[in-house]
Each structure stands twice: as structure tokens, then as C-alpha cells.
Design a protein around this ligand. Structure first.
Ligand SMILES: CCCCCCCCCC/C=C\CCCCCCCCCC(=O)SCCNC(=O)CCNC(=O)[C@H](O)C(C)(C)COP(=O)(O)OP(=O)(O)OC[C@H]1O[C@@H](n2cnc3c(N)ncnc32)[C@H](O)[C@@H]1OP(=O)(O)O
Ligand code: FAD
Length: 652
């Protein structure tokens, strides 16, 4: 095996030799500095050198039980190994960035670790929701693996709608205990990772009652299994939910309660409290209980960057070594990478992966700033953080799923083989469209904030920084094909869509619909407005962060990074060319398209992207469309990227 690994395919080597920039420099840039690349490699080398972490038989040939047991075995080794490599000198940001960039877990578990929820949500919910005493007590046990936990929120009856959760926690002041119950089957917790056989504790989100009154949804630390026998505790019912598209080693389970009693101090009391006598002290903001979800939504951007990066690395390498067809007689079959259609499939994956990393680091910084503000009672920026995390989680996970599937298809029949790992990677990314807030629902959350901002703008009020562009009433005199120009175009598109939503909501309420029905009738547009806003953020953050962060890099590395920015921007301009050209279409078009429910009234007159003269010209000649599609082919971005990108990926 080792001998085989040492022989590098000639075509692959040839591509690598053409690289025009310093791969180590780009790698360090993504890791956050040389020091961190070194630390990451140390971690990866250590883990990958452990024989016990290699599967003797490929996962797919094992039974469900064998797969799970194999995953538990590896999770234990991983924990022991990584524990010894922990660096206490790193800041929280550095530790998180290192955790994100290291590829160890994804390399060892094709379908993820049964401890995934322990490390992610369980630890974070104690950090974010526990009071000082609770954090001190539980975090030590969590970090030492004295207890293994998960996060139990979703129920069979309700996933999205948290306020609809049916698990109850009723406070009994006589014994100073909470009594947990699952009144019906739909109240059973359903999905938590590791719950089926692995976890012995979990944080349960339950509808809480004290003194006969509802105290809303609160988090509780609950021991669900005996630490010696691993059998369920009295009044606790547990099991596995069954086979899934992916995540089969995550051990997702169900959980029900029958008069299960826990001490009062098991309610996580950082934000809300129930005193001994049953007095309820409400959180300053009920949404603070949802903080862990915001944290994970931010992390998902980074997870998508990593996961898509792996898929596009596999597919680009394959495209370098695969030869197919004979366009020119008497010449060898070309590498499929030389087909422009193949480049079109793959390079946007490389650009997107970088865009997601950069956006994740940016959002992470905002998350930390807001967390610090919350700690001193300042809630001013919570709504903006939530709106950004929702639409960016949804848009990056949706795009990543499309792009990973494209990578799989780009490998022809071999991409259909499980040995390519592309089907498993797809199963992992598509899951992120659903977990941690189903994507449509997340986009509608951001739409709430956009509609509010749109109304504030109409009243001349100030809005949050990420939505400030909604207030810019200026028109673009002509199409500007620079990255900044395209970003501006996207801002106009998003502003137009928000304005159209407002007009539609208004029209429906004027017609006598309730606010809720007007919202539902407008929801297709609301989702589109929210996605457009996410595009504005992704495009503008990728560009502006690169402007600042690459200043110290060499010219060659900057060049290739800016080619990625350019490619990402142009790709999305072409994908959304209809939106960008919408104001250039004639009134007849708008009427025929819009006569059904809404779709763009208010948009043509109020938020035209171009000045009227430009609109007429382009509508008559279609020049705007041509200019847009010309960008890609004229810019020579593609040929440049072909060979450079092959060696740019730091995992090689
Ligand atoms: C340096 C970079 C480092 C990056 C980190 C690296 C770390 C690496 C480690 C890797 C770690 C993790 C990898 C990923 C692992 C993932 C594994 C996870 C597996 C999956 C787990 C789960 O799925 S758990 C269950 C998740 N469930 C959900 O998400 C449910 C979704 N539903 C909801 O959130 C809510 O029900 C709702 C938002 C949809 C609606 O809530 P509600 O009905 O109560 O609210 P309203 O609609 O009425 O709105 C009321 C107002 O509140 C606002 N709101 C809502 N939510 C929030 C929030 N979270 N924060 C702030 N504000 C919120 C809402 O907008 C309304 O506002 P107004 O309009 O102003 O009234
Ligand atoms: C792999 C995986 C791992 C998971 N791990 C965990 C875990 O560890 N812990 C945990 O607690 N949960 C976990 N979950 C559950 C996950 O969080 C939920 O599946 C998710 O929140 C969606 O809820 P749901 O399944 O009830 O879907 P639903 O909310 O029923 O969604 C179904 C459809 O209805 C639509 N819909 C729902 N509400 C609205 C609305 N208001 N407006 C418009 N459309 C709407 C959605 O867009 C979607 O198309 C996991 C899920 C998966 C897939």
C-alpha cells in the first residue's frame, strides 16, 4: 500500500508542477498562520499514523451494528489521541479555527462520530446556558469524558417549531425536583445524535411549568443511562430511530419520559431561573435559550467549506488523471480537466469553499462580539447575528449540496462508487440542509428581519449594518462588471426583492387577509429575498475580507485568491442573470409574469437596477445579457485557474 502511495500519477504531477504560487503560503493563510499549519499537521499526522484508526474492512461491508461498534472504538482512540495534543495556550478563536481546519474526524468517520453531538452542541449548551456553578461542575466532566452527552430538542411531532415542543418539565416545590414527561408519542425526542446507545446524559429542551403557569421552553441536564450498566434510568425510554441516508454511525435515537424526576439544579439557569419556592425569573430575552443553535449555524459555514473542499479535491484530482475521448485525430486522449465544461463544473466548488471559509471566520468574529455584548446585557446586535446566521447557514448548505453532487457527477461512473467517498460526502452535506434549522424556515427567519428593515428604511430609520444597503436609493447608470459593481448589482436585486415582498404583504392585507396569511402568500418571494440577501453578504464579505486579509501575501498568491473571488462573483452573476436583468425587461413581460399573485409589482417602478435609458437599450438589444456572459470567457479566469487550483488545496 505504501509503495503504491509513493507513485504519483504522471498527469497529476505535471499539473502540480505548473503551479504559479506558493502552496505553503496559501495553506498558512487558510490555517491562520504557519504556526497553526504546523499544529494542524501535527494533529493529523498523529491521528493518521495510528493503525487502529484504519478500517480493516470498508464500512459499507459491515452490518449496522458492526459499523456503530467500529465507530465507537475509533471515537475512543481519537479522544485519547487528541486529548494529548490539546494546546491550552491557544485562544478560543484559534482553538475553534484549528478544530475546523483539521481534517481528522472526517477522515476517520465517513458517516461521522457517535460523539459528534457531545463535542458540538452538548458542550456548547452548557457553556452558553449553564450558570457559573453548573459550567464549572459539568464542563469538567464533559471534557474528561466522565459523561457522554447529546442535545435533545427535536420531537417526533415538532422539529422546526420549538414553541410547539410537548415534553413537559413540571416543578414540584415539595421535593425541589422537576418531573419530566412525554405526554404522547409525538412528544418523544427524535433524532439526537448518540442518543440511541452512546450518551448517558443529555440536555433536554422541555416546556416548563411552575406554580401552574407556563415558563416557556427551558434546557435541562438529564442523566438518561446508568453510568455502570448503560441501562436507561427509571422513567426513561430510549432506542434508535433507524437507518438513514447518511449519519449511520452517529447513532441518532429517541427518548421518552414517564414521571422522571431530576433535581432543581439540573435546569440550566444562566438565563432563566426557577427558585426553590417555584418563583420563575424570566430571561431578559427568551431567544437566549436558542443561542447554541446560532453557534452551530455559524460553525456549519466552516463545515460546508471543509466538506465541499474535500469533494472538489477528489473530483479535480480525478479530472487530472482521467483521460477521455479524442477531439483531435492522432493525438492522445486529453485529460478531462482540459474540457472547459469540466472546469465549469469544478472550479466554482474551489471558489465556494474558500468563500465559505472566509465568511465563517467573519461571522465567527461577529458571533463573539455579540456574545460578549450579551454577557453585559446588551442585546442590540442579537437580531442581526441571528438573521445572518440563518440565511448564511441555509444558502451555503444548499449550494454545497448542489456542488458536491456536481463533483460526484464530474467523476462519471467512478463517482457513483462508494469508494470515491463522494456519495457519503453528499449525504453529509445534504443533512445540513435540514438539521440545525430547516433551510426554508431559516430563510424565512432572515426574511422577517429584511421586511422589518425595509419598513424602517421607508420611514427613514437606521437599519443594521448588514442591511444598510437597503437604504441606498441610487440607480446604476450602467452595468459595472467589476466585482464591486456586481456586488452592487446584487444589492439592488435584494433591495428590489424586499420591496416586492413589502408590496405583496401590503396588497394581501389590503385585500383583507390576516398578517399570517399575507406572509404565507408572499413566502416564495420572501425566501427569494432572503437568499438574495445571503448572496450580497457572501459576495461582499468574500471580496472585502480578501482585500484586507491578503495584504501581506505575495503577489502570486493574492492573484490566485482574487481569481477565486472573481470567479465566484461572475458565476453568481450568471446564475442570477434573470434577476440582474429583470428591470431591463419590458412592461409587457412584467405584466404577463406578474399577473398571478404578485410577483414583481412595485419592483419595476421603484427599484429599477438601471436607468430607464439603459433599460430600453438593453431590452431592445439584449446587450446586457451578452456582456454578462462575455465576462467569463473574456476574463481568462478559467485557463489561469485550471492548473493553479490543482495545487492550491492544502490537503494534498
Ligand atoms: C473560526 C471559525 C470557527 C468555526 C467553529 C469551529 C468549530 C468546529 C467544530 C465543529 C462543530 C460543529 C459542526 C457541526 C455539527 C453539527 C451537528 C449538529 C446536528 C444537528 C443538531 C440539531 O439539529 S439540533 C435541533 C435544531 N433545531 C432547530 O434549529 C429548530 C429551528 N427552529 C427555530 O430555531 C425556531 O423555532 C424558529 C426560529 C424557526 C422560530 O422560533 P419562534 O417560533 O420562537 O420564534 P418566532 O418566529 O416567533 O420569532 C420570535 C423572534 O425571535 C427571533 N429569533 C428566533 N430565533 C432566534 C435566535 N436563535 N436568536 C435570536 N433571535 C431569534 C425571531 O427572528 C423573531 O424576531 P422578531 O421578528 O424580532 O420578533
Ligand atoms: C442528520 C440529522 C441530525 C439531527 N440531529 C439532531 C440532534 O442531534 N438533536 C436534535 O434535537 N435534532 C436533530 N435533528 C433534527 C433536526 O433539527 C430537524 O429535523 C430540523 O430542525 C427540521 O425539523 P423537522 O424534521 O421537524 O422538519 P419540519 O419542520 O417538519 O419540515 C418539513 C417541511 O416543512 C416545511 N416547514 C416547516 N415549518 C415551516 C414554516 N413555518 N414555514 C414554511 N415551511 C415550513 C419545511 O421547510 C420542510 O420543507 C437532526 C436531523 C438530521 C437530519
Amino acid at each position: 500500500m505504501d509503495a503504491v502511495n509513493k507513485v504519483i500519477n504522471e498527469d497529476l504531477q505535471k499539473e502540480r508542477d505548473k503551479c504559479k504560487f506558493n502552496v505553503a503560503e496559501l495553506t498558512a493563510f487558510l490555517d491562520g498562520g504557519d504556526k497553526f499549519t504546523q499544529k494542524r499537521r501535527e494533529k493529523e499526522n498523529r491521528v493518521f499514523s495510528i493503525q487502529g484508526l484504519r478500517d480493516a474492512v470498508p464500512d459499507e461491508y459491515m452490518s449496522h451494528k458492526e459499523r456503530y461498534e467500529n465507530a465507537v472504538r475509533k471515537a475512543v482512540i481519537m479522544h485519547q489521541t487528541l486529548g494529548t495534543l490539546e494546546d491550552k495556550t491557544l485562544t478560543e478563536y484559534e482553538t475553534a479555527r484549528l478544530a475546523l481546519r483539521a481534517t481528522t474526524s472526517s477522515a476517520i468517520f465517513k458517516e461521522n462520530s457517535p460523539l459528534m453531538l457531545h463535542y458540538s452542541m452538548f458542550a456548547n449548551v452548557i457553556e452558553g446556558q449553564g450558570d457559573e456553578k453548573q459550567r464549572e461542575y459539568w464542563l469538567k466532566k464533559i471534557n474528561n469524558m466522565e459523561i457522554i452527552g447529546t442535545y435533545a430538542q427535536t420531537e417526533l411531532g415538532h422539529g422546526t417549531f420549538i414553541r410547539g415542543l410537548e415534553t413537559t418539565a413540571e416543578y414540584d416545590p415539595k421535593t425541589e425536583e422537576f418531573v419530566l414527561n412525554s405526554p404522547k408519542l409525538t412528544a418523544y425526542k427524535w433524532w439526537p445524535g448518540g442518543l440511541a446507545h452512546t450518551a448517558n446524559h443529555c440536555v433536554v429542551m422541555a416546556h416548563t411549568y411552575s406554580q401552574g403557569k407556563s415558563c416557556g421552553i427551558q434546557p435541562f441536564m438529564v442523566q438518561i443511562r446508568d453510568l455502570e450498566t448503560n441501562m436507561p434510568m427509571k422513567g426513561v425510554k430510549l432506542g434508535e430511530i433507524g437507518a438513514k441516508l447518511g449519519f449511520n454511525t452517529v447513532n441518532n435515537g429517541f427518548l421518552g419520559f414517564e414521571n422522571h424526576r431530576i433535581p432543581r439544579d439540573r435546569m440550566l439557569m444562566k438565563n432563566s431561573q426557577i427558585l426553590k419556592d417555584g418563583t420563575f425569573i424570566s430571561s431578559p430575552n427568551s431567544k437566549l435559550t436558542y443561542g447554541t443553535m446560532v453557534y452551530i449555524r455559524v460553525s456549519i459555514l466552516g463545515t460546508m467549506a471543509n466538506t465541499l473542499g474535500r469533494a472538489v479535491t477528489i473530483a479535480t484530482r480525478y479530472a487530472a488523471v482521467r483521460r477521455q475521448s479524442q477531439p483531435k485525430p492522432n493525438e492522445p486522449e486529453p485529460q478531462i480537466l482540459d474540457y472547459v465544461t469540466q472546469q465549469h463544473k469544478l472550479f466554482i466548488g474551489i471558489a465556494s469553499s474558500h468563500a465559505y471559509y472566509i465568511s465563517c471566520f467573519w461571522l465567527w468574529t461577529l458571533y463573539h462580539r455579540v456574545t460578549k455584548e450579551l454577557a453585559v446585557g446588551n442585546m442590540d446586535n442579537l437580531a442581526e447575528l441571528h438573521a445572518l446566521a440563518c440565511c448564511l447557514k441555509a444558502t451555503t448548505s444548499a449550494d454545497a449540496a448542489v456542488l458536491v453532487e456536481r463533483c460526484r457527477l464530474a467523476c462519471g461512473g467512478h463517482g457513483y462508487m462508494l469508494s470515491s467517498n463522494l456519495p457519503q460526502i453528499y449525504a453529509n452535506v445534504t443533512a445540513a440542509n435540514t438539521y440545525e434549522g430547516e433551510n426554508t424556515v431559516m430563510l424565512l427567519q432572515t426574511a422577517r428581519a429584511l421586511v422589518k428593515a425595509g419598513m424602517q428604511v421607508a420611514q427613514g430609520q437606521k437599519v443594521s449594518p448588514s442591511m444598510a444597503y437597503l437604504a441606498d436609493q441610487s440607480k446604476m447608470a450602467k452595468w459595472d462588471s467589476s466585482v464591486d459593481g456586481i456586488v452592487k448589482g446584487f444589492q439592488k436585486v435584494a433591495a428590489g426583492k424586499v420591496a416586492a415582498c413589502l408590496a405583496s404583504l401590503q396588497r394581501h392585507t389590503n385585500n383583507g387577509q390576516s398578517a399570517e396569511d399575507a406572509w404565507n402568500l408572499t413566502s416564495v418571494q420572501l425566501v427569494a429575498a432572503s437568499e438574495a440577501h445571503a448572496r450580497v453578504i457572501l459576495l461582499s464579505v468574500f471580496k472585502s475580507e480578501m482585500d484586507v486579509q491578503t495584504l501581506t501575501l505575495s503577489g502570486e498568491t493574492r492573484t490566485v485568491l482574487f481569481q477565486l473571488v472573481q470567479l465566484y462573483t461572475i458565476y453568481w452573476a450568471l446564475e442570477k442573470v434573470g434577476d440582474l436583468l429583470l428591470p431591463t425587461t419590458t412592461t409587457t413581460y412584467s405584466v404577463s409574469i406578474c399577473d398571478t399573485a404578485m410577483r414583481c409589482d412595485g419592483w419595476m417602478d421603484e427599484t429599477s437596477l438601471f436607468e430607464k435609458s439603459t433599460i430600453q437599450t438593453s431590452a431592445r438589444t439584449g446587450i446586457a445579457g451578452l456582456v454578462l456572459s462575455g465576462l467569463v470567457y473574456d476574463s481568462a479566469v478559467y485557463p489561469e485557474l485550471v492548473h493553479q487550483s490543482l495545487t492550491s488545496w492544502p490537503l494534498q
